[in-house]
Ligand binder design. Structure first.
Ligand code: FPP
Ligand code: MG
Length: 293
């Protein structure tokens, strides 16, 4: 599908920011910086940073400060992929169409590259050029989203423990909302906070972010069944092979498509008060459930 032009503009801005903010490959120890850069610049879609920038744009014309939380969140996302691919977790050889970080650099370096990206993320968010109150609020949003209580690590733990088990709708919802939606929600709220949104606006955008994040993971489950490894840049069909808890496994494909669309519509409804100012966030939400990669 054809992406709106602003996707490419935002992606270029985010890539330039990451290029500037990540330690140079020549900085010692060079091997860890090479591994961090290898995975960060492996060709991700940059959905989370784009959401962060476009949430900021609702409240401010100048979104340059939001490049900090946007880059930090992409570092957290990349760390989660590096660790998710490790032999002890999902054990995958292919990511973003390239050998996974541990295949390229060895397991020890991949573990440390993930740790380093997570730590760097907080340096980047904490160093955002806005007042201290906004910086602290963004740090709290991002830290809780990445953590164990309804956050990414908690969701990943539950995901591993659900493998091969018959789990119900409530548990599946918990896994998806924690493992994936929490960081997507933080991308949106951090952007809004960075741009000075009032607390009632942050609350509305939180609703948008968590609902579109949930839809995003339902779509990810669908793509794992419907698309090829070549299209996805990662091993397709792994969820069935690993007996993962997914929407297609619990509801079947047709109903999973409906659920993704219903969630996207619900997310978009939360943007109603912003009218045209939120048209880009609406376009992103539509893309996230129609995408094929
Ligand atoms: C694909 O994102 C990634 C997901 C759908 C998230 C899955 C969640 C995890 C891997 C959590 C792992 C957590 C830990 C703690 C190991 P994407 O389609 O945006 O990927 P892209 O950046 O390559 O485009
Ligand atoms: Mg996984």
């Amino acid at each position: 599908m054809k992406l709106p032009d602003f996707f490419e503009e935002d992606r270029l801005a985010v890539d330039a920011a990451l290029e500037r903010l990540l330690p140079a490959e020549e900085t010692p120890p060079t091997s860890i910086h090479a591994a961090m850069r290898y995975s960060v610049f492996a060709g991700g879609k940059r959905i989370r940073p784009i959401l962060c920038l476009e949430a900021a744009r609702i409240f401010s014309e100048d979104v340059t400060p939001a490049l900090h939380p946007a880059s930090g969140i992409e570092c957290i996302h990349t760390y989660s992929l590096i660790h998710d691919d490790l032999p002890a977790l999902d054990n995958d050889d292919l990511r973003r169409g390239k050998p996974t970080c541990h295949k390229q650099f060895g397991e020890a370096t991949a573990i440390l590259a993930g740790d380093a990206l997570l730590t760097l993320a907080f340096e980047l968010v904490g160093g955002t050029p806005v007042d201290a109150e906004r910086r602290v609020a963004m740090l709290m949003e991002v830290a809780t989203a990445a953590g164990t209580v309804n956050g990414m690590v908690g969701g990943q733990m539950a995901d591993i423990e659900a493998e091969g088990k018959r789990i119900g709708a409530k548990m599946l919802e918990y896994i998806h909302r924690s493992k994936t939606a929490a960081l997507i929600r933080a991308s949106v709220t951090a952007g809004a906070i960075c741009a000075g949104a009032a607390s009632k606006d942050v609350a509305r955008l939180r609703k948008f972010g968590e609902t579109i994040g949930w839809a995003f993971q339902v779509t990810d489950d669908i793509l794992d069944v419907e698309e090829s490894s070549a299209a996805l840049g990662k091993t397709a069909g792994k969820d069935v092979a690993q007996q993962k808890a997914t929407y297609p496994a619990l509801y079947g494909l047709p109903r999973s498509h409906e659920i993704a669309t219903e969630l996207a519509n619900k997310a978009i409804a939360a943007l109603e008060p912003y009218a045209d100012r939120a048209s880009r966030l609406r376009e992103i939400a539509e893309f996230l459930v129609l995408r094929r990669t």
